[in-house]
Design a protein around this ligand. Structure first.
Ligand SMILES: C[S@@+](CC[C@H](N)C(=O)[O-])C[C@H]1O[C@@H](n2cnc3c(N)ncnc32)[C@H](O)[C@@H]1O
Length: 276
C-alpha cells in the first residue's frame, strides 16, 4: 500500500475518533477534498503532516468539523434574511439604477444563487427596463458543476411553495427537478478562491457570503471584508451568515442596516472617530 494511502487511513481513523463521525458515511473523494482544503489552510503538505498538526493543535478540531460539513446549504436558508433582500435591498438598489450586479460568494451546490435568482426574477418581471446578473463563485469545482447543472432532488425543493416550484423548476422523467432557463440565464458560475485577494467582479451592488468564513482565521476574515468593501459600489450591501461577524479591525468599513439578519452597507467615507 502506498504511504499516502496508509496515511489517509490513519488520518481518517483519528478524525472519526476525534469528531465522533463516521467518515464512511461520506464518499472517499469528498473526505479527501475536505482534508485537502484544511491541509492547504494549515500549510500541511501530506496527510501525515496534517495528522501531526491536528494532534498538536486542538483549535483545528472545529475548522475540520466545519470543513467536513462544508457544502451544506438549502434554498431560502434563514428565510428572514431573504425577506430582507426581497423587501428592502432589491427595492433600494432598483430605486438607484436599472441594472444591478450581485455576487454570491461560496455558492456551494447552487441553492443560494438560485434563491437570489428567484427574487431577482420576481423583481424584473414587472419592470421590463430592469436587469441584473448574479456571479456565483466557489472554490470547489465539483459543487460548482452541480450548481451550474441546476438539478435537484425533490427533498431539496420540498419546502418551497408549490407555485414557486411550478414557476421555476421542471420535473424531469427521472423525478429530479431542473431549474428553468429563465433563472439559469441570470447566473454566471465561476471558480474562485476567496483567499486569493482578488474579487471576480467589481462594482457589485450586493454581495452575499454566508456560512463560508466560519473556519477562516481572524486575519483571513478581515482580508475578506476588505476585499468585499473594494468590490462593492458606494452604498452596496454585504450579507453575512447568521453566526458570522465583522472583526474589530474592519467593522468601520460597513454600517449595520439590519444587525439581526447580518445585513451591512458599505461605508464609503472615513468613519467618524470612535467615542471612548
Ligand atoms: C456551508 S457552504 C455555504 C453555502 C451557502 N452560502 C449557504 O449559506 O447555504 C460553504 C461553501 O463555501 C465554499 N468555500 C470554502 N472556502 C472557500 C474559499 N476559500 N473560497 C471560495 N469558496 C469557499 C465551500 O466550498 C462551500 O461550498
Amino acid at each position: 500500500m502506498e504511504d499516502s494511502a496508509q496515511d489517509f487511513i490513519l488520518l481518517k481513523k483519528h478524525v472519526e475518533q476525534l469528531l465522533k463521525i463516521q467518515c464512511s458515511n461520506y464518499k472517499e473523494d469528498y473526505i479527501k477534498r475536505r482534508f485537502l482544503s484544511r491541509m492547504r489552510s494549515t500549510n500541511s503538505s501530506t496527510y501525515a503532516e496534517y495528522l501531526r498538526y491536528l494532534k498538536g493543535h486542538p483549535q483545528e478540531t472545529e475548522p475540520l468539523r466545519n470543513a467536513l460539513t462544508i457544502n451544506v446549504t438549502e434554498f431560502f436558508r434563514d428565510k428572514e434574511v431573504w425577506d430582507e433582500v426581497k423587501n428592502v435591498i432589491l427595492p433600494a438598489l432598483f430605486a438607484q439604477k436599472k441594472r444591478i450586479s450581485i455576487w454570491c460568494a461560496g455558492s456551494s451546490t447552487g441553492e443560494e444563487p438560485y434563491t437570489l435568482a428567484i427574487l431577482l426574477h420576481d423583481a424584473l418581471v414587472n419592470h421590463k427596463d430592469w436587469s441584473g446578473v448574479i456571479t456565483a463563485t466557489d472554490i470547489d469545482e465539483v459543487v460548482l458543476a452541480k450548481a451550474k447543472a441546476g438539478v435537484f432532488e425533490e427533498k431539496a425543493i420540498q419546502k418551497l411553495p408549490t407555485v414557486q416550484v411550478q414557476r421555476h423548476f421542471t420535473k424531469r422523467p427521472d423525478g429530479l427537478y431542473e431549474v428553468k432557463p429563465h433563472l439559469k440565464e441570470l447566473i454566471r458560475f465561476r471558480p474562485h478562491d476567496l483567499m486569493s485577494g482578488v474579487p471576480p467582479a467589481r462594482y457589485v451592488d450586493l454581495i452575499t457570503c454566508r456560512n463560508v468564513t466560519i473556519y477562516f482565521t481572524e486575519k483571513q476574515k478581515d482580508d475578506l471584508a476588505r476585499m468585499f468593501h473594494s468590490a462593492l459600489v458606494a452604498d452596496g450591501y454585504y450579507v453575512m451568515g447568521k453566526t458570522e461577524y465583522l472583526g474589530r479591525q474592519v467593522e468601520d468599513l460597513f454600517v449595520a442596516k439590519n444587525a439581526t439578519q447580518k445585513v451591512f452597507m458599505k461605508r464609503d467615507k472615513a468613519a467618524p472617530p470612535k467615542t471612548p
